[in-house]
Design a protein around this ligand. Structure first.
Ligand code: ATP
Length: 237
């Protein structure tokens, strides 16, 4: 059974249907990428999985448990972390305080200290700047911080909403290798992207959305080989 199973999920805001009847799954070791233009419903899909956007129908199962109606903090404790669009770091707070916020659900102090140490090992730039105000970091560093904050909850699945958005090409490369190393450390990844080139490098499978619906699914590795037809659907950088 896959780690995350999404069955016929729809998201509606009043009269607007943002996601219609979406089904898909993410297994351990997978990097599943959801591609699509602005407004395709990608963020709504991720937000609905963690209970931040209203599900109008469908079912979400994680690790064999039906989490469809669970509250966000319970879903987070169960092992799903969301790295939100635009990073949403707390600018006035220090880097370290931002990371500690990510571990709020964990009351075990020594475990929290260990996680913090792991994150500083993984992102030396965050260790160097641990007492600096987060708002003073570069865009790429802020994305590292958003990843680190999510890792503080020891997730089994990390969902990432357009991590390359607004970053310079060199920072996009760093983001890509970070996503790769997160996946290599045994965390399943469900990532939303508009950057098809980035997706081609990383994805074990890809789903293309348009106006709330799935229009193409590729689980054959074509994307990895870089010969998929996806570039026709999304803006290449
Ligand atoms: P983007 O890359 O711009 O975030 P997206 O693919 O993530 O695009 P969504 O943000 O999920 O798309 O938006 C899908 C549709 O739902 C759009 O038509 C959007 O205007 C609408 N929508 C999103 N959030 C809300 C909301 N809170 N209330 C009403 N409509 C919304």
């Amino acid at each position: 059974m896959p780690l995350l199973e999404i069955a016929n999920v729809s998201v509606r805001y009043g009269a607007v249907t943002a996601v219609r009847d979406f089904s898909g799954s993410v297994g351990d070791g997978d990097v599943v990428v959801v591609l699509g233009a602005n407004g395709a419903g990608k963020s709504s899909l991720l937000r609905s999985i963690v209970g931040l956007a209203p599900k109008a129908g469908g079912r979400v199962t994680f690790d064999g448990r039906d989490i469809t109606r669970w509250r966000t903090n319970r879903i987070s404790r169960a092992g799903i972390a969301l790295v939100p669009e635009g990073r949403r770091i707390f600018s006035p707070l220090s880097v370290q305080d931002n990371l500690l916020i990510g571990g709020y659900g964990n009351t075990n102090r020594s475990e929290k200290a260990r996680l913090l140490g792991d994150i500083y090992d993984r992102f030396p730039v965050l260790a160097e700047r641990r007492h600096r105000q987060a708002g003073l970091l570069s865009g790429g560093e802020q994305q590292m911080l958003a990843f680190g904050r999510a890792l503080m909850s020891s997730p089994r699945l990390m969902m990432m909403d357009e991590p390359s958005m607004g970053l310079a090409p060199v920072a996009v490369d760093t983001v890509m290798s970070t996503v790769q190393s997160i996946a290599a450390s045994g965390i399943a990844v469900l990532m939303v992207e508009q950057n098809a080139a980035m997706a081609q490098e990383l994805a074990t499978s890809a789903i293309v959305m348009e106006r709330g619906e799935i229009i193409e699914v590729d689980s054959t590795g074509r994307i990895k080989a870089g010969v998929g037809s996806l570039s026709g659907f999304v803006d290449l950088p």
